[in-house]
Design a binder for this molecule. Structure first.
Ligand SMILES: Nc1nc2c(c(=O)[nH]1)N(C=O)[C@@H](CNc1ccc(C(=O)N[C@@H](CCC(=O)O)C(=O)O)cc1)CN2
Ligand SMILES: Nc1nc2c(ncn2[C@@H]2O[C@H](COP(=O)(O)OP(=O)(O)OP(=O)(O)O)[C@@H](O)[C@H]2O)c(=O)[nH]1
Ligand SMILES: [Mg+2]
Length: 459
């Protein structure tokens, strides 16, 4: 479905700033006018040619490498010209401006973010899940996330979706055929093992959902907020987890005001750790703003580490104020969000046991940090070994959950005394539509706009 009438586009494809090499690329129906003007000679298809890039007056802007990828054998599926120049911001701007000038007659314009990749999708070079994987690969914050994005880009996720879709189509054909023979419909469905097919489809879907959830976790990570009274050692804990002196630590209660956050990785899972101001009544205007910010982060957390100072713990097990604060905190976070009680400064306290589910550690010596990391992985729901996980997005999970809901409805119909075959057929059709949304065979234009506009410029 190569649409020949999209505007030609151009952009700097490499990151802004200085670099050894920078690339300007052009994509459109024909790159020939730009090649003629800027390169001044013909280029062999898909071959690197070293030559001067020419300004309008013929003077050289730079000496670089030009590659012509004739349509449809290119990244976008259109005619693509790549100019690989020296990677200075000014020289690349000059080169881009020169291309725009040379292409003015054919309507060459600067590409929107993600527009090259959008064309690759529209020209069937990649499907939507693969296009998203390209952005996720670029944005990956851990090695495991990058590797799983690479697997999605290679089509692993899409292939699993296609396998589900093929099984679904097979079952739909069976049901639709049965609709044409109303008398024998029930027997026919029983004999052809429609039930068995649906069962297998549901369990295959459950497997894909499990892996996609892990993939979404690698992409998004979890937000973990460290909260507690002043001086409990929250900033020390952030620093210990990050392995760097990020937040200011002093013996003065009320040291932290601004939120300080750092992404660490635990077995490849990005964990966004957020240090907050100690929670207390305060007359200090600045501190109060800090405490408000702390609450805002606590209320949006995926998990809260409630830090106690073990050296101040009293016989009750809690030090003064902690119990009331904990109740307040519990009432302000959603039920599903775990609040882990962590007893810090174990190195300076007489040994004592903590309650089931609570942790005891020392931010100072690092003792107990591994148990904390394990707990964070457990809270995140991380199970799979990173190999085999493909990156996925919340959008994919939502679509998979809809597929699941339609298959459940279908199963309920099929299990009934007298299955309503038309309803069964409809649920299966809706399930297939939801699957198609993932790979983009069935996706509204405005959603595509949202997806591609979040890409970086030149991609
Ligand atoms: N220099 C450069 N490096 C790059 C890119 C690029 O555009 N330029 N990419 C992009 O951002 C990525 C690679 N993506 C690409 C995807 C397809 C084709 C391509 O020519 N496809 C043809 C031929 C395939 C083949 O020979 O097997 C095709 O699909 O028909 C090129 C790059 C990463 N590295
Ligand atoms: N012995 C010992 N001291 C610690 C430990 N963790 C923190 N401290 C000390 O406790 C004091 C307070 O530490 P911070 O990390 O600044 O505490 P905080 O909870 O961030 O305090 P605010 O920012 O004021 O809310 C400092 O003097 C730290 O050196 C620990 O594990 N053991
Ligand atoms: Mg602090």
């Amino acid at each position: 479905m190569l649409t020949a009438h999209r505007d030609p586009i151009a952009a700097i494809a490499t990151a802004p700033g200085r670099g050894a090499v920078g690339i300007v690329r052009v994509s459109g129906r024909s790159a020939q006018p730009i090649i003629d003007a800027v390169c001044g000679r013909s280029l062999k298809p898909r071959e690197a040619t070293y030559l001067p890039f020419r300004a309008t007056d013929g003077s050289p802007i730079d000496q670089g490498i030009a590659i012509h990828f004739p349509a449809p054998h290119s990244y976008t599926g259109e005619d693509v010209l790549e100019l690989q120049a020296h990677g200075g911001p000014v020289v690349l701007q000059l080169l881009l401006a020169r291309c725009l000038e040379a292409g003015a007659a054919m309507g060459l314009r600067v590409a929107r973010p993600g527009e090259f990749t959008e064309r690759a999708f529209l020209n069937d070079k990649i499907d939507l899940a693969q296009a998203e994987a390209i952005a996720d690969l670029i944005d990956a914050s851990t090695e495991a996330a990058a590797r799983s994005a690479g697997r999605s880009l290679a089509g692993e996720f899409s292939r699993e979706i296609h396998t589900l879709r093929d099984a679904l189509i097979h079952l739909r054909m069976l049901v639709e055929a049965t609709l044409d023979f109303p008398e024998e419909e029930i027997d026919f469905l029983r004999q052809s093992d429609a039930q068995g097919q649906l069962d297998r489809l549901q369990s295959a879907l459950a497997g894909v959902m499990r892996r996609a959830r892990q993939g979404a976790l690698l992409r998004e990570g979890i937000q973990v907020v460290i909260a507690g009274q002043p001086n409990a050692g929250k900033s020390s804990l952030l620093n210990a987890l990050a392995g760097a002196e990020l937040a200011i630590v002093t013996p003065i209660p009320g040291t932290t005001r601004d939120v300080v956050s750092q992404t660490i990785q635990v077995e490849g899972v990005p964990v966004h750790v957020i240090d907050t101001a100690g929670l207390r009544e305060s007359e200090d205007v600045v501190e109060r703003i800090g405490i408000e910010r702390a609450w805002a982060r606590i209320e949006a957390a995926d998990a809260v580490l409630f830090l106690h100072d073990l050296t101040r713990a009293q016989e009750t097990g809690y030090h003064e104020g902690d119990e009331a604060l904990l109740r307040d905190l519990r009432s302000r976070v959603p039920e599903a969000v775990p609040v882990v009680q962590v007893w810090n400064k174990a190195d300076a306290a007489a040994s004592s046991t903590v309650h089931e589910g609570e942790l005891r550690l020392s931010a100072k010596t690092g003792d107990g940090l591994n148990a904390l990391r394990d707990r964070l992985l457990q809270i995140a729901g991380w199970q799979a070994a990173p190999e085999g996980v493909y990156i996925a997005r919340e959008r994919h999970l939502q679509a998979l959950r809809r597929v699941d809901a339609h298959l459940m409805e279908a199963a309920a119909q099929l299990a009934g005394e007298v299955p309503a075959l038309d309803l069964l057929a409809e649920e299966l059709r809706l399930a297939q539509n939801a699957l198609n949304e993932i790979t983009g065979e069935f996706t509204a234009d405005d959603l595509l706009g949202v997806i591609f506009s979040s890409f970086c410029i030149g991609k």
